[in-house]
Design a protein around this ligand. Structure first.
Ligand code: ADP
Ligand code: 5GP
Length: 236
């Protein structure tokens, strides 16, 4: 390992539930080297095939509260009635290993990280429109109808925060979205002097730049309209 300390790049990914975030994150982790996933702690019960220590560390409320008191979290928040938190040790481990770190967290967590780590790179994933989001939530068939309706309402609220993120990724066609997400990661690495990029295809920066908040412009309008949000929303 090199003697100079490695400052990990921290990527924050947020999205309304059902947008395809888990699918995209899984694909990204398979194909990008030296990128660790921060496994969050949560008080919610495991779903389906979820395993402790893989998607999450599942803990009791009292265990979670003790971790908060002991200062073990970089950020934590209550989401859908359960606690979720990012353990500080994942950042330390990434630093030690010379890796970068990916956080899959909600908009409240993103705000806390942005205050503590202003250089973190934030990505907000959007569905192509409300109807598609509803279809994806149904197709996943993990939730009851009332939960799906609640997730759709929450989605509208969360989407209003898109303006706090560096990049906006509209998850329409999956293969394209994976390519764009990879381009963002590579492009950000390429900007770092201590991380000369070696294996990124040409055009990567241009693909990533199209998703920068400042460049997303007109592509957002129909999405916001489908959620009945004003076009000028986006600052929370
Ligand atoms: P999230 O993690 O954001 O809640 P998931 O990754 O579980 O969302 O995706 C929700 C559903 O939508 C899943 O059934 C997934 O296979 C599907 N999905 C994800 N991305 C796409 C896409 N680009 N096109 C079509 N279906 C998708
Ligand atoms: P789910 O229970 O569906 O896996 O996740 C619900 C929400 O909690 C998602 O928006 C997810 O990004 C968010 N989340 C997961 N882990 C954390 C975390 O450690 N901190 C915060 N603030 N949110 C998290």
């Amino acid at each position: 390992m090199s003697s100079s300390p490695h400052k990990p790049l921290v990527y924050i990914i947020s999205a309304p539930s059902g947008s395809g975030k888990s699918t995209l994150v899984n694909e990204l982790l398979k194909s990008v080297r030296d990128l660790d996933f921060s496994i969050s702690y949560t008080t919610r019960a495991p779903r389906g095939s979820e395993q402790n220590g893989r998607q999450y560390f599942f803990v009791s409320r009292s265990e979670f509260e003790k971790m908060v008191r002991d200062g073990e979290f970089l950020e934590h928040a209550e989401v859908f009635g359960n606690y979720y938190g990012t353990a500080r040790r994942f950042l330390r481990d990434a630093e030690y290993k010379g890796h970068d770190l990916l956080l899959d967290i909600d908009v409240q967590g993103a705000e806390q990280i942005q205050r503590k780590l202003p250089e973190a790179i934030s990505i907000f994933i959007l569905p192509p429109d409300r109807k598609t989001l509803e279809e994806r939530l149904r197709r996943r068939s993990e939730d009851r109808e009332d939960v799906i309706q609640r997730r759709l309402l929450t989605a509208s609220r969360e989407i209003q925060n898109y303006g706090r993120y560096n990049y906006i990724l509209i998850n329409d066609r999956l293969p394209e979205s994976i390519e764009v997400l990879r381009a963002i990661v590579w492009s950000e690495r390429g900007h770092r002097a201590d991380r000369p990029s070696t294996d990124e295809p040409t055009g990567t920066m241009a693909i990533a730049d199209r998703c920068r908040l400042a460049n997303i412009g007109e592509r957002l309008k129909p999405i916001l309209a489908s959620f009945e949000l004003p076009v000028e929303s986006g600052t929370g």
